[in-house]
Design a protein around this ligand. Sequence first.
Ligand code: PSV
Ligand code: MN
Length: 400
Amino acid sequence: MNEAKLNERVFQALDRLDIELPSWGFADTGTRFGKFYQEAAAIDIYDKIADAATVHQLTGAASKMAVHVLWDFSSENTPSKVSAVAAEAGIRIGSINPNLFQDAHYKLGSFAHPDGQVRQQALDHCLDSINIAKECGSRVISLWFADGTNYPGQDDIRRRKRCFEEGLQACHQALSPEQTLLIEYKPFEPAFYHTDIADWGMALNLAQKTGAQAKVLVDTGHHYSSQNIEQIVAWLLDEGRLGGFHFNDRKYADDDLTLGSIDPYQVFRIFAEIQAFGADQGHRVELDYMIDQSHNLKPKIPAMIQTVAWAQELYAKACLIDLEQLRFHQRRGQIIEAEQCYQRAFMTDVLPALVAWRQAKGLPDKPLEAFEQSGILQQRGRERHERRLAMGISQQSSYA
Ligand code: PSV
Ligand code: MN
């Protein structure tokens, strides 16, 4: 492929790619063993908006921020105020994530809890979240349930399944026509015997029973080792039920590592399925790409810039697969040649084209370096440190 053609393809691909950042990825978080605090970590929703906006300003590809209802809204921080501040900062509020796992009532589950009152509480929270989405002008309500059990015999798995069908249908009825309900699956954690929505098949089954606006969300960290995620993506696309992604990488379980840090070829293969599907359909595939990472060790804003920039490279590489050639070799059973269509695209250096795209958009050539030179991290660190002192918030390590 000559340079002009390559640039054209990459530019078209990059113009399409927008990745939502998680508000929770800018705040202090930890593992169950403790927290490593960062001075520049966001204290409140407005800091998170400022940080997400910085990532967008430098990468041009992260115009929305996902929010978690309980963590980000309050009687003071209302949806309209939060969205107005986001708009002023040049971004929008993206997916709305209800919180159905933190409250002590949810010890035995939310939608599948044995007690109808708790199930109702969970449903009410989802209905409130759908309204919050409407107020924020957000299209997406993203549901993740920690529901499950820890011991064989602990509860009736079929009853729990039917409760999910009921709860999700009730949510669906409250959606406005342009809204989408995303159903996320996860095999384990915090439940360690069975999780009610453990895999993509269960999520797909529930989405199909829920209604046309219910889709499946694939969190790349929520699979057993060596599961073929791009096959799941291909099947969900073919069923018209792929809603979006939570991107992150993992080595062992739900490790929340940076996208593509362990296996960039897998991200490329996922993007390849999406591009091929779009080409076969003759139109752009509408998906919600989101990052679900909370960096414990890396500084948060640069980690997000790194993530978005790397996603752009991998997406651009995937758009270089010569689909005509690929299909030609596939039909003839030419395995090596077909595989090389993938390998050549993956190995192509798209960085010069990405830099040219950045220049065309008035973005810095090197967003990470630009961020480092800006001094923003130090400045926000100082300012937030002072604010924490004034508010009496301690950042003492929780390690003994
Ligand atoms: C659960 O592990 C999850 O992936 C869900 O998407 C949550 O919303 C998110 O992490 C943050 O806790
Ligand atoms: Mn997730």
